[in-house]
Design a protein around this ligand. Structure first.
Ligand code: SF4
Ligand code: SF4
Length: 401
């Protein structure tokens, strides 16, 4: 397939037109965590858009005569890819673009194009390989997906994997396998038990939701995973799926086929339980700030549900960050950036935690295992006096039992 045909298939007409609407104002770069942390304008939306627009305008005879342009060669595409994958897909550029350009969606299409051209960073292929062989993003043994249940004080005999249940708790790869993040499902499962929710895990039948494939430019490879997960949830007879991971939640909400299932982020579900007085609470004196995860806040527009949960907890005081809700600074954990550039990922996290510390809060609370990992890793490495926790953990600590 020629490059031009690929260009037209991967980008919608709306996207192609929107690229032309860029005024060159550079606001997208001003708010970009990658640009600011790296001090490199080549990582900005403006640079990327401009480069891709120029590449799209090459080839035709009159354009070449007019602009003297030629197709970028393979090495130029590869160099360009290095900038495209140094992006957390935080969506802040989309949020501020005065021309209303859906930049984040463009970055996803661009990554898909780079994969199809074979110009993507080789590391990205690891994701596809792990998922093809092991069905989880880390390439771990699927049998270990529910190992965290055994770390609970009183693990149930069925390890929370029932034949049938009203609610499926879709745990996600990071929270299932990564020790630091396993605190989230441990806390959430205990809270669901305390509220006597009829829930189940999918156990080994939970496969990666497919989001890492979307983010790396391999969306077509995610279809098998999506179909499997839908069948697995339906086999439980469930009517609702709960996610503590905003990326799993968004993947199901935006990319899975319509299922008729109710899809809820854990903060929404916890809010309902609190509203129904199903959780016995005790007072704990704690000042917290809340970090809006990019996929829960800017992407899913869920800003108030987590705040309502925090405010409902006796003794917990919420202090807002200077940049909050749709303007929240990214923690650096998205877009598979950690895999591509750990130094940049760490610098974005450092800047995030720096703002968190200015609030004077004892803890930063989030609603995402990746934000927890990123911020907690920075706080630990630098021995900072800051607790990093998920909303589910905060609720667990407020349980009166
Ligand atoms: S999505 Fe975030 S990291 Fe990527 S270019 Fe936009 S602002 Fe920068
Ligand atoms: S903010 Fe929008 S209009 Fe301004 S440079 Fe970036 S993409 Fe172009």
């Amino acid at each position: 397939m020629g490059k031009r045909a690929l260009y037209n298939r991967l980008y919608s007409i709306g996207q192609l037109l929107s690229m032309e609407a860029c005024t060159g104002c550079a606001v997208c770069g001003e708010v970009c965590p990658a640009v600011n942390a790296a001090g490199d304008g080549h990582l900005s939306g403006l640079y990327r858009l401009d480069w891709r627009r120029r590449a799209g305008k090459t080839g035709a005879g009159w354009l070449r005569r007019l602009y003297g342009r030629r197709h970028p060669d393979r090495q130029e595409w590869k160099d360009f890819a290095e900038t495209v994958y140094r992006c957390t897909l935080c969506g802040n550029c989309t949020e501020v673009c005065p021309a209303g350009i859906g930049l984040k969606d463009l970055w996803l299409s661009l990554r898909q194009e780079l994969v199809e051209l074979g110009a993507h960073p080789a590391k990205v292929d690891l994701i596809r390989e792990h998922l093809a062989h092991n069905r989880n993003v880390f390439g771990e043994d699927q049998e270990e997906r529910t190992e965290w249940v055994e770390d609970l004080d009183e693990p149930p005999d069925d390890l929370f994997v029932k034949e049938q249940a009203e609610v499926v708790y879709f745990t996600g790869c990071v929270a299932s396998f990564f020790p630091l993040a396993q605190q989230i499902p441990m806390a959430l499962a205990e809270v669901l038990e305390a509220a006597e929710v009829d829930f189940t895990l999918l156990g080994e039948e939970e496969w990666c939701c497919g989001f890492p494939l979307l983010g790396s430019g391999n969306l077509p490879a995610a279809h098998e995973l999506m179909e499997h997960n839908l069948v697995a949830v339906r086999a439980k007879g469930a009517r609702e799926v709960v996610f503590a991971c905003p990326s799993c939640y968004m993947m199901w909400r935006e990319h899975y086929p319509e299922s008729g299932l109710k899809l809820s982020h854990a903060t929404q579900f916890l809010g309902r339980l609190l509203g129904q007085d199903r959780l016995p609470l005790r007072e704990q004196k704690l000042t917290v700030t809340y970090h809006d995860p990019c996929d829960l806040g800017r992407a899913a527009r869920i800003f108030e549900a987590p705040r309502r949960v925090i405010r409902a907890l006796p003794g917990v005081e919420l202090k807002e960050l200077a940049d909050n809700r749709e303007n929240c600074l990214c923690c650096g954990g998205g877009g598979n950036l950690e895999m591509i550039d750990q130094e940049l990922n760490a610098e974005i996290a450092r800047r995030k935690v720096e703002q968190v510390l200015t609030t004077g809060a004892q803890a930063v609370v989030s609603g995402c295992q990746q934000c927890l990992r990123t911020m907690a890793t920075h706080a630990r490495r630098n021995k900072l006096p800051l607790k990093v926790m998920d909303v589910a953990q905060l609720v667990r600590e407020s349980l009166d039992n």
